[in-house]
Design a protein around this ligand. Structure first.
Ligand code: CAA
Length: 385
């Protein structure tokens, strides 16, 4: 796939920023669970937090291919920063662009495009992960407010973000058609951040519960109409999955590059281990795996840019790239031998950071449901006929 001059420029800008600002700090931030606030501020200035936002709302109005390229570069240096960038740009800004009123866009999208407010997405619950339609959080209209009650779980940026797209049931009897989406901010009465997860990887990005106890959300903070929430979430996840696929690609490329570099330096039996055929074949497989993921990521992004529905392509890219990142990071650790199992080399962090990629924004098994529904047809809909 031929990239345009503009796309190559954006890729270069993101690569230089990530190498200079993110890579040198990634290890310490992971170890200290330190949120990359200052880097995010700079990313806002560079336009990396409003990449898909139209210019009239202060964004960069870029294409999805450019966004995926930039995402991979950020993830190459720091997966924690990349997931914050992905949730913010894809699901949050994307949903406001698609469903926000003029007033909501002016109030939230404009500062979000500059990175002054970071956005998060609150869909999952303790008993509703892969099956969000079974959520228990409720929203009840009360005068000029909605009253939200429930607990949201595994929320990226739960302690640090400024605005949350929260999904809640306005009609508990109506299944997915009874779900609505709200713009919720921390200062709203009844909103609290809950427990902080003690995670395996991506430790510089916080993941928490959100506790909504009679949380008072002004009625004009409803995103879309009542009952639109499931479609807000699913269409947001289409974009989000391209972001996570691009993140996975960057991480896989970083693991591959580290493995190549180490294999040339490490001498055993009197020669670099890169001279052993067993290892050369491993690296050939890893490079092919990364390249296949790259093509799926760019294909999904290009499909979105052509304006078509891209659920299938986004799920294929997310499925393949996230599994690839796990395979390649695992092989990179193997090539490093005992050193790969220590914190002395970054592949240990890559291995931990990769693990969640096949879980969040839809597990690999969920991606296969989406893909199969497109390829074979939706089982539920066929049964109804
Ligand atoms: N775009 C627009 N509409 C969509 C859609 C899409 N991509 N996908 C489905 N819909 C619509 C359908 O057309 C259907 O509408 P109608 O009733 O009008 O026909 C409706 O939504 C329901 O669709 P399904 O019957 O397919 O829904 P389902 O309940 O069977 O679920 C699913 C489908 C694919 C399994 C879905 O539940 C899913 O994606 N689950 C995984 C959830 C997930 O990814 N969670 C991640 C949490 S977010 C996160 O991790 C963020 C983070 O912080 C990192």
């Amino acid at each position: 796939m031929e990239l345009t001059k503009e796309q190559l420029m954006i890729q270069k800008m993101a690569r230089e920023f990530a190498a200079k600002d993110l890579a040198p700090q990634a290890e310490d931030r992971d170890r200290n669970h330190e949120y990359p606030a200052e880097s995010l501020r700079k990313m806002g200035e560079l336009g990396l937090l409003g990449m898909l936002v139209p210019e009239q709302y202060g964004g960069e109005d870029m294409d999805t291919v450019s966004y995926a390229l930039a995402m991979s570069e950020v993830a190459y240096a720091c997966a924690s920063t990349a997931v914050i960038m992905s949730v913010h740009n894809s699901i949050c800004c994307g949903s406001l662009i698609r469903f926000g009123t003029e007033e909501q866009r002016t109030r939230y999208l404009v500062p979000m495009a500059k990175g002054e407010i970071i956005g998060s997405f609150a869909l999952s619950e303790p008993e509703a992960g892969s099956d969000p339609a079974s959520m228990e959080t409720t929203a009840r209209k009360d005068g000029d407010c909605y009253i939200l009650n429930g607990t949201k779980r595994w929320i990226t940026g739960g302690a640090t973000s400024g605005v949350f797209i929260v999904l809640a049931k306005t009609d508990p009897e109506a299944g997915h058609k009874g779900i609505s989406a709200y713009l919720v901010t921390k200062d709203m009465e009844g909103f609290a951040t809950g427990r902080l997860e003690d995670k395996m990887g991506q430790c510089a990005s916080d993941t928490t519960d959100l506790i909504l106890s009679d949380c008072k959300v002004p009625a004009d903070h409803l995103l879309g109409s009542e009952g639109d929430g499931f479609v807000v979430a699913m269409s947001g996840l289409d974009d989000g999955r391209i972001g996570i696929a691009a993140l996975s690609l960057g991480l896989g490329q970083a693991a591959l590059d580290q493995a190549v570099s180490y294999s040339k330096q490490r001498v055993q039996f009197g020669r670099p281990i890169a001279d052993n055929q067993g290892l050369r074949w491993m690296i050939a497989d890893m490079a092919t795996d990364v390249e296949a993921a790259r093509l799926l990521v760019l294909n999904a992004a290009a499909k979105k840019d052509r304006g078509g529905k891209c659920s299938k392509e986004a799920s294929m890219a997310k499925l393949y790239a996230s599994e690839m990142a796990n395979r390649v990071a695992g092989q990179a650790v193997q090539i490093h031998g005992g050193y790969g199992y220590t914190r002395e080399f970054p592949v240990e962090r890559f291995y931990r950071d990769a693990r969640v990629l096949t879980i969040y924004e839809g597990t690999s098994q969920i991606q296969k449901i989406v893909i199969a529904n497109h390829v074979i047809g939706d089982r539920k809909k066929r049964k109804k006929k």
